[in-house]
Design a protein around this ligand. Structure first.
Ligand code: FAD
Ligand code: PHB
Length: 391
């Protein structure tokens, strides 16, 4: 097979890149290791920042998001048994977030690609990348029992944190910056109406908890747990009891429970490779960087990377100029590091760290009190959370 841009991975980054390139008249093939059903059902991110919403709309894939997404104008920080609202829209000159599941974005993008005959190869896992230093890089992949080869002008590594693209870069080229956190998130999806209209980020002496949602009938909840925690140790009743304890308020908040339809544990890390390019390989999304989910930035960063990459590739095909491609890594990394800082800051403020003493806990509570009472501090959180227009 031959194409202009060979894309590894049909997550939000790979699919959106393929769609944006199509709008600019550039052809691509997407290779995805998993089945279509698997990628459409995988429960992950839920918060789209303003830039992401604007881009999906402009790209003509925002109709269902506009009908079904929940637009939120604030979030709650809960600590010391009380809730404190951050009025995001008021503090940011009218910006907001939209709660709309990542797998819904993925479904909308797959539909948009297939509607115009876009080439998406499911259950076609890339095995190795070759010729990245030359003009015709190739991707070797395995489709069922068959081996295939995709010859391209450029390869986009959109294959997530555990993919093969990053590993295809020769040793010594990439610098890794990394932080591990001494905890994980246990996440559930439950068939019950949300107990709150806005997201609740809760810092409790027993650990962090997050109340999110997917629709008026589906609630998404997370609990901070130990990093090596086994899911078997958390029967549903234990999860609900711990959630009720952490979310409890002095004025009698009640958490409605219901059947748990999805359950999983996610480790937390911060990770960046620099640069996000080697020769004709461009890394985008989780293949190049991971943030802890506390700032809700991972998918939004993936979207920003491919926005920049699609523009740069389109300019190259149009005019032969490599200027935007040459700036790809530096342009993306500015927003990556802003989001890294914000995600690390939110994570540090809201979670219990095993080594923390009373001094550290009091610092966290003071930071939370300041963030929710100083307009300047609240605005700083709000503008990062809804997504800065420019970085
Ligand atoms: P992925 O979604 O990981 O997609 C990569 C794709 O590549 C996958 O489909 C994979 O199957 C495929 N692949 C892998 N290897 C190969 C191969 N060798 N060949 C072919 N295909 C391959 N982000 C937010 O913005 N907001 C949130 O609220 C948020 N919450 C989160 C909550 C949780 C519990 C988790 C786990 C993540 C959350 N994130 C959030 C992060 C977000 O889900 C990721 O940042 C996002 O999925 C990145 O998209 P991607 O396309 O780069 O990678
Ligand atoms: C989610 O709804 O899955 C979600 C929301 C906010 C976060 C992380 C995840 O910070």
């Amino acid at each position: 097979m031959r194409t202009q841009v060979g894309i590894v991975g049909a997550g939000p980054a790979g699919l959106l890149l393929s769609h944006l390139l199509h709008l600019q008249g550039v052809e691509s093939v997407v290779l995805e290791a998993r089945s279509r059903d698997y990628v459409e059902q995988r429960v992950r991110a839920g918060v789209l920042e303003q830039n992401t919403v604007d881009l999906l709309r402009q790209a003509g894939v925002g109709d269902r998001m506009d009908r079904e997404g929940l637009v939120h104008h604030g979030i709650e920080l809960r600590f010391g048994g009380r809730g404190h609202r951050i009025a995001m829209t008021e503090l940011t000159g009218g910006r907001s977030i939209t709660v709309y599941g990542q797998q819904e974005v993925v479904k909308d993008l797959i539909r948009a690609r297939l509607d115009v005959g876009g080439q998406l190869e499911f259950e076609a896992g890339a095995v190795s990348l070759h010729g990245l230093d030359g003009d015709t890089p190739t991707i070797r992949y395995r489709h069922g029992a068959e081996d295939g080869e995709l010859v391209c002008d450029v390869v986009a590594g959109c294959d997530g944190f555990h993919g093969v693209a990053r590993g295809a870069v020769p040793d010594g080229v990439l610098t890794v910056y990394e932080r591990q956190y001494p905890f994980a998130w246990l996440g559930i999806l439950a068939e019950v109406a949300p107990s709150t209209e806005e997201l609740i980020y809760c810092s409790h002496d027993r650990g962090f908890a997050l109340h999110s949602m997917r629709s008026p009938k589906l609630t998404r909840l997370y609990l901070q747990v130990a990093p090596d925690e086994a899911i078997d140790g958390w029967p549903d009743e234990r999860i609900w009891a711990e959630l009720r304890t952490r979310f409890a308020t002095d004025d009698g908040f009640t958490l409605a429970d219901g059947p748990v339809v999805d359950k999983g544990i996610t480790p937390m890390r911060s990770f960046v490779v620099e640069p996000m390019r080697h020769g004709r390989l461009f890394l985008a999304g989780d293949a190049a960087h991971i943030v802890p989910p506390t700032g809700a930035k991972g998918m939004n960063l993936a979207v920003n990377d491919v926005r920049v990459l699609a523009e740069a590739l389109a300019a190259w095909y149009r005019s032969g100029s490599t200027e935007l491609l040459d700036g790809y890594s530096a342009t993306c990394l500015r927003r990556v590091w802003r989001s890294q800082h914000f995600s690390w800051w939110m994570t540090s403020m809201l979670h219990r760290f095993p080594d923390d003493d009373g001094f550290q806990r009091r610092l966290q509570l003071s930071q939370l009190a300041y963030t929710t009472t100083s307009e300047a501090a609240a605005r700083s959180l709000a503008e990062n959370y809804v997504g800065l227009a420019q970085v």
